[in-house]
Design a binder for this molecule. Sequence first.
Ligand SMILES: C[S@@+](CC[C@H](N)C(=O)[O-])C[C@H]1O[C@@H](n2cnc3c(N)ncnc32)[C@H](O)[C@@H]1O
Length: 238
Amino acid sequence: MKSDMYSKHAEKYDAAVQNNIYNAHLERPSLQAMLGDLTGCHILDLGCGTGVYAEYLFDQGAKKVTCVDYSQDMIDLVTKKLGAEFGHRMTAYAQDITIGLPSESSNSLDVIICPLVLHYIKDLTPLFAEVNRVLKLGGYMVFSTHHPFADFECSLSGNYFEQERVTETWDTVGEPVEVTFYRRSLTDIMAAITASGLAVTQLTEGKADEKAKTISAETYEHLSKNPNFLFVKCQKFA
Ligand SMILES: C[S@@+](CC[C@H](N)C(=O)[O-])C[C@H]1O[C@@H](n2cnc3c(N)ncnc32)[C@H](O)[C@@H]1O
């Protein structure tokens, strides 16, 4: 689901997520805690956004990072920010991942990350099938997405088990921007993973770090008691 947030406002989005609570002090530390040793790994960053994760992956010793995002503005930004330092180890291209991963070879990747992207995708089943195809045996994917219980608060149908398209206005970049995403049940997320043949090896609901408290004690308190994101690790065993 395209949004101006990730195209027209790409630079402002980049500035906003560097140190905010939800991305920098809840989502990133929670997802990064699920990654193993990345030294020498070839990693696919699905829905890479502004490259804040790619930079982290290089810092952790990744041999190669492939960044994919359907926003050309995001790909331009990643290339501008990281191209000079990591260009020889990085590939970045614009593509809608709902059409699959046609540029990626089967059994070629050690790790795939997909932070905060899946709620923009209507049908997860073909995507997980592609993830399974391109991962090496023993390779794994870690993703984060909106927590189904948190999103149920904005349900219009009142039916938790029904997938819904939700449009909200977010102030992430200092001005109101409309964002549309899909709300779905935990059952639907798990069904798409298991249909692909991948096995879930870890599931967490994240934890805001202590720095969040210094930014907003109120938000930290809220996040300590309410789920906001879901984090899943799934692995290719066969
Ligand atoms: C919330 S941002 C997250 C960016 C980055 N993963 C991070 O955590 O900083 C979501 C990103 O997913 C991308 N995206 C959404 N739907 C996509 C699709 N179908 N194919 C490729 N990228 C997509 C958007 O363009 C945007 O950059």
